[in-house]
Design a protein around this ligand. Sequence first.
Ligand SMILES: [Zn+2]
Length: 413
Amino acid sequence: MNTIVKNGKLLLTCEDHFETADQDLYIAGDRIAGIGAQPEDFTADETIDASGMLIIPGLINAHTHVYMTVLRGVADDVPFEKWLFEGVMPKEEAMSSEEAYQSARIGLMEMIKSGTTCFNDMQMFIGQACRAAVELGIRGVSGRGLAGDLSEPVPGGSRRINEAFQEMQDFGKEPLLTFALAPHAPYTCSEDLMRRVPQLAAEHGLRLHIHLSESRNEVENCIKEHGMTPIAWADHCGCFDVPAVAAHCVHVTEDDIRILAEKHVSVASNPASNMKLGNGFAPIPEMLSAGINVCLGTDGAASNNRLNMFHEMSLMALIHKGNKEDPVSVSAAETLRMATINGAKALGLDAGEIAPGKLADLVFLDLSEPSLMPFNENTDPASALVYGATGAEVDSVMVGGKMILQGRKFVNH
Ligand SMILES: [Zn+2]
């Protein structure tokens, strides 16, 4: 299937900024084939008129838990440990697979309607988020959350690892899905599990997805138990010997930042969740200076409570300015890169920018929405998207060359 997208305004990635161009876009199958000039041997099966639309690369939510969407609002304004152990975990345990599927559907619909084309999920109900993602047509990376101990037979780490591989077998042929191994966190995983998971990831060519250094207590307890910070501990156990996405990384030392940079770990920052649970601010400016690939996530709806990457971008660009009393800290362009090309890099995807050869994961924003006005030759597009847009401007969404939301309506199914 070949598609020409005509009359749209394309958002193009440059070295350190973004530009727009009024050019046609050529899509062959699931990838961008050309911009401006028609590629050789290209015959269009379909033409999309994108008049009045700003076309941006789809946003990539680098850390979430979509099965938790029905837990939105169940434990707000309570301390982190109370939120997790008394609010979220008992309700998760009482949840059925069908509820997890419905929950994932709601969460993914919210994401698509606010311009997300790919989500990096850590889940507890194998197959349910995958099933919802396939139905809605969104791209996803699924990681069964791993916890426990390898020595206990049931329920434990081994069972969860088996479930992770079962899901890969069940959904491995789905073109929009890839998989990661997702040890939940050092405080829920035994040492043998923390060591075994990266070995398995290396054997199977998988990425690793983990929570690290989210709260002050977690760091203090890890130092008491293992004599090192969660990041040093994860490194010690081999977690960074494979491509890894570490969510949060709020309470980190200079040494932690050095380890993350040296081991090319991608940090998925979740500013709303970190603030809502009173965990603080990740040192994003320091991480960017160290050359770390910082990407952006919403976390689950129980701790955000939105799954809207426009909201998350706005927070990311604002909070560090406020926290550091420095208006040049974390620019709009840096933030937009986190939500697009950095997210793609973290997940090993050829996506996150409008360029030939990249996956055709695109979001069409309605430039007639007041929140995007004025949008003219003097407008910095990154600033318009990060500080002005809310996600309500999303008119249509394409994933892998196929429209999944058109005129604000779901069209995949
Ligand atoms: Zn999380």
